[in-house]
Design a protein around this ligand. Structure first.
Ligand SMILES: Nc1ncnc2c1ncn2[C@@H]1O[C@H](COP(=O)(O)OP(=O)(O)OP(=O)(O)O)[C@@H](O)[C@H]1O
Ligand SMILES: [Mg+2]
Length: 281
């Protein structure tokens, strides 16, 4: 897999351009198979992405759903059904039948959270690693930290000498930002969530600052004692305008923001080349 942050960003933009595109593609216009599939079962959404033999995105489908919460599957059958539905969309677009997929989980939690869902959806698990580790492996980072700020949790992986030497996760993420905004604006949760993601959301930066500071505290604790030279962000919460500047200030380190934070972890999962060994605990 060609590494390097710039090459990953180019693939990420390609994934964003074809997100939720159900139109069938066939070689030679379409990518070169065989395709690899990844399933990201998150707190806020489920993303299924397929990449071709060169690692270029060929299909990507996202659905907002609350089938997982803080590393626990709260709607087991909903998760299976949604996985099947999104995989079927990818199959239809690419004209293939998938029998296996890679998946991921928050660092420090049981991988069976996700692997059981894939099994139940009729997919053999081709590989898995925790979320920030998937991104670190994809980008080939070194002496760096990947921080995945999703809907429910903030997970960190530290990479040194080309290896992941530390990974951990704590339950603070976009969900907590929405809770704070909902309280501050006296709006129902669903409305506050849309305001947080919508145009002009930078106006809420001051209201949300305490949660961002709490997330920065988590990251500071995770990377303490490691010689981290830069922090690479991923996860949908990093779509919030100016988050890189907040982290640069809080951590005193260069912070790298991907062009499409919501899709980087799913791309990294689909691109995973790890064998499915050591299944769960
Ligand atoms: N434009 C935006 N501005 C702010 N937050 C956003 C934006 N777009 C998405 N988000 C937030 O990103 C979060 C979802 O990100 P992501 O898909 O990475 O999480 P997840 O994988 O479902 O969760 P987790 O990894 O914690 O289980 C949600 O909390 C959502 O509100
Ligand atoms: Mg996630």
């Amino acid at each position: 897999m060609p590494g390097g942050w710039d090459s990953v960003m180019a693939r990420l933009d390609a994934a964003a351009a074809l997100l939720d595109d159900e139109r069938p593609i066939r070689p030679p216009q379409g990518g070169a198979g065989p395709y690899r599939l990844g399933v990201d079962l998150g707190t806020a959404d489920v993303v299924v992405m397929a990449v071709d033999a060169e690692g270029n995105p060929a299909a990507a489908f996202l659905e907002w759903a609350s089938v997982v919460r803080d590393g626990v599957v709260v709607d087991y059958f909903g998760a299976i059904e949604l996985t099947r539905k999104l995989v079927a969309k990818a199959e239809k677009r690419l004209g293939v039948h998938f029998t296996e997929a890679a998946t991921s989980f928050p660092p420090g939690t049981d991988p069976r959270l996700s692997t059981n869902i894939l099994d139940a959806a009729g997919l053999t698990v081709s590989g898995f690693a925790d979320e920030p580790t998937c991104v670190a492996l994809l980008a080939g980072l070194n002496n760096a930290a990947v921080v995945d700020i999703g809907g429910g949790t903030t997970g960190t992986a530290v990479i040194k000498g080309g290896r992941v030497v530390f990974s951990a996760d704590e339950p603070t993420g976009g969900h907590h930002l929405t809770l704070v905004l909902s309280g501050a604006l006296r709006l129902p949760y669903a409305e506050a969530e849309l305001k947080k993601r919508g145009p002009g959301n930078e106006a809420y930066a001051a209201t949300l600052a305490p949660v961002f500071e709490r997330i920065a505290d988590i990251v500071r604790k995770h990377i303490r004692g490691h010689k981290v030279r830069s922090v690479h962000l991923t996860g949908g919460t990093c779509c919030f305008p100016g988050i890189d500047k907040i982290f640069e200030r809080e951590l005193g380190l260069p912070v790298v923001l991907p062009s499409q934070p919501l899709l980087l972890t799913p791309l990294a999962i689909a691109s995973l080349r790890l064998p499915a060994t050591g299944r769960g605990t």
